[in-house]
Design a protein around this ligand. Sequence first.
Ligand SMILES: *Cc1c(COP(=O)(O)O)cnc(C)c1O
Length: 495
Amino acid sequence: MSTVKTTSGTNGLLQSEPLLFERSVEGRTGWRPATSGVPLADDLPEDLLRQAPMRLPELSEPEVVRHYTRLSQWNYSIDTGLYPLGSCTMKYNPRVAEDLAALDGFAQLHPWQPVETLQGALHVMAFVEDSLKALTGLHAVTLQPAAGAHGELLGLLLIRACQESRGDPRSKILVPASAHGTNPASASMAGYQAVEVPAGPDGILEVDTVARLMDDQVAGLMVTHPNTLGLYERNLSSICKVVHEAGGLVYGDGANLNALMGIVRPGDLGMDVMHFNLHKTFSTPHGGGGPGAGPVAVTQELEPFLPVPVIHRGDPLTLEWDRPNSVGRVRSFYGNFGVVLRAASYIMEMGAQGLTHASRMAILNANYLRVRLSKAFEVAFPQPCMHEVILTDRLQRAHGVQTIDIAKRLMDYGFHPPTVYFPLVVPHAMMIEPTETESLDELDAFADALIQVAREAGQQPDTLKSAPSRPSLGRLDEVGAARFPDLRYDFDSTQ
Ligand SMILES: *Cc1c(COP(=O)(O)O)cnc(C)c1O
């Protein structure tokens, strides 16, 4: 990308923005408070004093404000348009949740305040725990983990602690081939060997396959429901029985709870541990790495092992630290409270009926797209889907056009591409998750654009292969960007 030094006011449109360091002009400053008259401390040891001023960029306030505002305008976000990434649940985040999270009474809390002064916050946390218990049919919840993958790690540590306490430590975890990459990674971090479980031809786990793989070294099964193909695991209760009979426990990856709320309680199916992504299902803008929250719900048998502290339901609410079987803490303080607060706001706003309606609409929207797109594209699994649907490029490949070309061309129509080439078990996948947020008009506009792109694949494949042409940057070297990221500003090469 060009790093031409320019002060042109059109930079926001050109999407070419120098770094603040490159714009810096010596002596230029922003707003400056009057000097206070308080003498500077002169008792700091000499060796702690800075010898030369820090190398900070020197700019005026409007220059800095404009720089960041321009950068923010380059971002694609759920606030700028449909964000159809499968396996991500990019839903609209109600602003009322942001208002609540910004209230002084919450925002100014300190986690080391005496617990009597934290009652409001503890009630919010207890409310979210209770809501997750009600939605899952499980017995207890911790809000500590900071993200989905962190919840997975904790869930597996709980399984380990439980089986060790039974005098039956085990070494392997079964993970379906379609699983999110975090599942085998978490299994490995928790010290288990991940063993892949293939699904049946229709993408669904089969009881016999799991039964065959269970042995006295298998700690359990890690399963996503609905699975990462967007399909309902209809054999799950029988599978849970098979796992339990062989001494194993079932870990549910609940990142896809957006399809289940008020419809199915995973605990009723036989799941023992489950994490949720508050930042997917329960509001909180996500992407870019956080913040998030990955609470974990467990059965009664696993409850003694939960991380400390847990909320003790007395009056007043207190925090309980003395739990001899606890696996210890996994996060400073009590987790990402701001995310929990947004989830509380979302759950209160929606109510039980509203959450059920959200799940039903998420499923309806995905199936609407599945049917509308099923002539233009191959649908990987033709049966009804849950909250997401997977297409492939099989019909377009005859014209030399691939998934990546379709995704890039979609940008010329003003739409963010879906998740591509994931899950890996579906070659050349395009995974679309519209969520409950989108209106029929928006879904139609998106489907129309994809159908138009499919038509172009037959008529003018070169347009697709060189797409996108409308964004200011064309096709980027994605492999290069991933393998040789250039993220460091090198002062000395420029000054
Ligand atoms: C998003 C997701 C995860 C990981 O969650 P993070 O919060 O990104 O760590 C795990 N499993 C599934 C199925 C997911 O969709």
